[in-house]
Design a protein around this ligand. Structure first.
Ligand code: FUB
Ligand code: ZN
Length: 636
């Protein structure tokens, strides 16, 4: 084992965490009671479920699409996580039935894919660039692993193992195997999960093969497309750079800049981080660190959304972060959470948890309506009133992605090492760790994100010496720490965004952390041309926005005053309960303009009190404009 492998943390499994939190529990409940059933119905009504019957024939309506398997797989994953924390015999039976259906679609050699079984039989693995075959396989594998972890049933796990074995027999550098990889990364991270749950090294090696092979010359996709057009031929040919689009422009270890399709990138970097830790590969870690820096310092929206344009569903150029046309796909913000959570296990650096938290509280949960039944695919940072969530999509990657993340949220809160318990996120509930041969419970009490006070009670049978690490978020400029009511000086114990307290812990010890949480005005780097002279409002981990319904119809007429006061008030009745921000502003008046379009005089301004709400909650009331970045200036 090298240093990288040794110092790697272990995330505490969602099965060891109970969330009982005023902010998250209602969301998880809506996810369980509304979103998961709603998505089952959508998958059923659109034919995705029944397509596994393999009864479709040419000439019939509703031809199965290349992504369908993945939507059902993500639904199983979400439902499985939910079953682990909230047993539900009816849902369990439904999941069992869907799994039987998938198992029935498995071919004698282990292969499972609806499209290439009924629509294009005989063409397996011939369109790796476009046809998402390995992507669908990856999602099935993730579902099999999640189902096993959640229920201890091997039904789907055994099915996907056979499929993974088949894939292993097709791909690789050995004579007679295909030296390909998928145009949409996903299988790579799934195989690492399969390895972890089965202990079967071949799966890890296959994941590594896919990562190592990417971007190698002669280029697989160029060879593949010499005599065959791909499923997305027209779309691909409109792209500026197809190799960058799917991050195969260079071997992954040589990549330094985030390019192309953002979900593909996030899933690939997640697998690179996983592999770096599993095989102790410093070069993969270094590549991840370079890519992370490029993304987080030049290409991320303040909401943790990523992907500046819909043209490639991805990155454009540095500091290009438009507001009305931002793409910021929900899946990409989720992918950012996946990647940062993995980086955090390799190096306990608060910058990864800060990024994970930013995405989670903003660009991820904006993706689902408060009633759990409508979803954003793209998450703009400004809207003229015409952007609304939908119940479903033809390409429905985002809805079940958010469902699986919410259902497994418990797995993102804590980690442990040989002698440390680490708290990354402040979410009320209980966590059970096994450390030094005994079970240790951390009971977290907090009203985060509305209030930065956190109390952690420690329960253990035998006093023991170990470290407790608590994250001090970057947004927090003032924090106080106490253990058993005694103030602790933080300066000497602050390491990379975490305070580390090592001592002999006894049953009943209490740690109190107070993260002071004022409203902050945040500014963009001047290179972000869209936001010069604008400020965004942030409080704790939450980014705020204005909506017409609380303000004026045309939000661009509002100007935040430089010296204006900003105050907060918790409104229990608004949007499920939110801390609102109100503040001094001005609104441009209309006096004397008549029918003039241009004039040599400036219009008058009137005093105005703005009301801002958390960004995640926008578009849950009557339609209207929304904006995150607000012009700021002196009183008129
Ligand atoms: O291609 C599969 C999924 O559909 C991607 O991850 C999303 O960006 C959407 O294109
Ligand atoms: Zn998506």
């Amino acid at each position: 084992m090298n240093v990288l492998q040794q110092k790697k943390l272990k995330p505490l499994s969602f099965t060891n965490v109970v969330i009982d939190d005023a902010f998250w529990s209602p969301r998880i409940q809506v996810n369980r009671e509304q979103t998961i059933p709603h998505q089952y119905v959508q998958c059923k009504e659109t034919g995705r479920m029944d397509a596994f019957n393999l009864a479709w024939n040419h000439g019939m309506d509703n031809e199965p699409h290349i992504f369908w398997d993945s939507d059902v797989a993500k639904w199983i994953e979400a439902a499985s996580y939910s079953l682990a924390t909230h047993p539900d015999p009816e849902l369990e039976k439904l999941v069992d039935d869907v799994i039987s259906l998938i198992a029935s679609a498995q071919q004698p050699d282990g292969y499972i894919n609806i499209y290439f079984t009924v629509v294009k039989p005989g063409e397996r693995w011939t369109d790796l660039r476009d046809a998402h075959e390995l992507y669908c396989a990856g999602h099935l594998i993730e579902a099999g692993v999640a189902h096993f972890e959640a229920t201890k049933k091997r039904t789907l796990l055994d099915v996907v193992r056979r499929y993974a074995d088949h894939i292993d027999s097709v791909f690789g550098i050995e004579e007679g195997k295909k030296r390909g990889y998928c145009g949409h990364q996903e299988i790579e991270l799934a195989l690492v999960k399969l390895y972890r749950v089965t202990g079967e090294k071949r799966y890890l090696e296959l994941s590594q093969y896919f990562i190592d092979e990417r971007g190698r010359e002669p280029h697989y996709f160029i060879l593949e497309k010499e005599d065959k057009t791909g499923f997305f031929h027209d779309f691909m040919n409109h792209l500026d750079n197809i190799k960058e689009y799917n991050q195969s422009h260079k071997p992954v270890r040589e990549q330094s800049k985030v390019v192309g399709h953002s979900v593909r990138a996030m899933y690939m970097y997640s697998a690179m981080a996983d592999l770096a830790g599993e095989i102790g590969d410093e070069s993969l870690l270094k590549a991840c660190e370079r890519l992370w820096g490029h993304l987080h310092t030049k290409n991320m929206f303040i909401t943790g959304g990523i992907g500046s344009t819909g043209k490639n569903e991805g990155f454009t150029y540095d500091y290009d972060l438009p507001n009305e046309t931002s793409y910021a796909e929900t899946c990409a913000a989720i992918g950012l959470v996946f990647w940062n959570q993995r980086m955090l296990q390799l190096e306990c650096d608060g910058k990864y948890a800060d990024a994970m938290e930013r995405a989670l509280y903003n660009g991820v949960i904006s993706g689902v309506s408060l009633d759990g039944k409508k979803f954003f695919y793209a998450n703009p940072l400004a809207s003229l009133g015409d952007r609304h969530r939908n119940e479903w999509f033809g390409c429905a990657c985002c809805p079940p992605n958010i469902a699986r993340l919410l259902a497994s949220l418990g797995g993102y809160i804590y980690s442990q090492s040989m002698d440390e318990l680490i708290v990354h996120l402040y979410i009320q509930g209980e966590a059970k760790f096994d450390l030094h041969g005994q079970q240790i419970k951390l009971k977290q009490k907090t009203e985060y994100p509305w209030n930065g006070k956190v109390t952690i009670h420690i329960e253990l049978e035998q006093p023991d010496v170990f470290g407790v690490k608590l994250r001090i978020p970057k947004w927090c400029k003032e924090a106080q720490l106490k253990v058993n009511n005694q103030e602790i000086e933080m300066t000497g114990i602050l390491e990379k965004g975490y305070v580390r307290m090592e001592r002999e812990w006894k049953n009943g010890d209490t740690v109190e952390l107070d993260l002071v949480m004022p409203v902050e005005r945040v500014y963009s780097h001047p290179n972000v041309r869209q936001n010069v002279n604008d400020a965004a409002l942030q409080r704790g981990p939450l980014i705020y926005c204005l909506e017409s319904v609380d303000n004026v119809e045309s939000l661009h007429k509002i100007k935040l005053l430089n010296e204006g006061e900003l105050t907060t008030i918790y409104d229990q009745t608004l949007l499920g309960g939110v801390m609102k921000i109100t503040g001094d502003a001005e609104v441009v008046g209309h006096t004397d303009w008549g029918d003039k379009l241009y004039w040599t005089e400036k219009g008058n301004s009137e005093p105005f009190q703005i009301t801002a709400i958390p960004y995640y909650a926008w578009d849950n009331r009557e339609p209207g404009q929304m904006r995150v970045w607000i012009p700021e200036g002196n009183k008129y």
